[in-house]
Design a binder for this molecule. Structure first.
Ligand SMILES: NC(=O)C1=CN([C@@H]2O[C@H](COP(=O)(O)OP(=O)(O)OC[C@H]3O[C@@H](n4cnc5c(N)ncnc54)[C@H](OP(=O)(O)O)[C@@H]3O)[C@@H](O)[C@H]2O)C=CC1
Ligand SMILES: O=C(O)C1=N[C@H](C(=O)O)C[C@H](O)C1
Length: 256
């Protein structure tokens, strides 16, 4: 929904020179109801955003910087939309506490993936998880990606694990003895996650489910970073209306 408030929302961008940050700047500039505010990169002080006219900041930086950025944004009185990966239950908890202590009703959205196809894939995977003996996640990305496994894959695996636990499912069958470390990928809450890095890829994920005699594959593909922009802009417009911490864009969508 476009922002129809009297004053257009001014959006600051952190990591503005990066692959995602530069795409966000372009998308904001092309949105009639939004104004592009300060663009921050390495070495810029987030505190300068206080009084800059920006009310929302979008962060696509690096996992090692994003938590400090969010705390600084809260101190500066800005709502935050965060796509950067690397969040843990502990770091999310610290943001939740900071927002409660701050008491100004600021909103923070932290989402591992803003592409609608990925949001739906995560939702469908969580729904399917209870019905299959086996579940594994394969994420496939461009080779310049700094982290592995992807934030989306971690989020997907955690959701599958939670749904399996709720349904009382035991660990998936696996009698393999590995002769090389890493052969079975990383294990996130009991779910195996495999990371592929390949030139030509952008951002992709397959969630594999298996039962005797049948399989289900859920796949999402982002071929271009433009795929993330409708979700980022939706979040930037909506975050002032969602005080507190929200994890996942589905928290702003009516997915039923
Ligand atoms: N949620 C989603 O839908 C998506 C999430 N992502 C995630 O977004 C993040 C960024 O990805 P991507 O754009 O590809 O990465 P890039 O490396 O292209 O961009 C990151 C940018 O952040 C800058 N930067 C690093 N530290 C800081 C800091 N402290 N303050 C401000 N800027 C900083 C970097 O500068 P420099 O290069 O000079 O270090 C760089 O310009 C990753 O965590 C990625 O996983 C990516 C795509 C979609
Ligand atoms: O670094 C990327 O490119 C992406 N990062 C996010 C992640 O780690 O899940 C989202 C998307 O997969 C693209």
């Amino acid at each position: 929904m476009p922002n129809t408030a009297a004053a257009p929302l001014t959006i600051a961008v952190l990591g503005a020179a990066g692959r995602m940050g530069s795409t966000v700047c372009e998308a904001v500039e092309n949105a009639a109801d939004l104004v592009l505010g300060p663009r921050l990169d390495v070495g810029d002080d987030v505190a300068t955003l206080a009084g800059s006219g920006a009310s929302v900041a979008v962060d696509f930086t690096v996992p090692s910087a994003t938590e400090a950025n969010v705390h600084a944004l809260i101190d500066a009185g800005l709502h935050a939309v965060v796509g950067t990966t690397g969040w843990t239950e502990e770091s999310l908890g610290r943001v939740r506490s900071h927002l409660a202590e701050d008491g100004r009703g600021l909103g923070v959205l932290i989402a591992p993936n803003f592409a609608l196809s990925a949001v739906l894939a995560m939702r469908f995977a969580a729904q399917a998880a209870r019905y299959f003996e086996s579940a594994e996640v394969i994420e496939l990305h461009h080779p310049n990606k700094v982290d592995a496994p992807s934030g989306t894959a971690v989020h997907t695996a955690r959701a599958i694990a939670a749904a399996r636990a709720e349904a009382g499912l035991a660990a998936g069958p696996d009698a393999t003895e590995t002769s090389l470390d890493g052969a079975r990928g990383a294990v996130v809450d009991g779910v195996h996650v495999h990371a592929v890095r390949l030139r030509g890829l952008v951002a992709h994920e397959e969630v594999l489910f298996g039962n005797p005699g049948e399989q289900l594959t859920i796949r999402t593909d982002s071929f271009e970073r433009s795929s993330f922009m409708p979700g980022v802009l939706l979040a930037a417009r909506a975050v002032p209306e969602h005080p507190g911490l929200t994890v996942g864009l589905d928290g702003y969508l009516d997915l039923g």
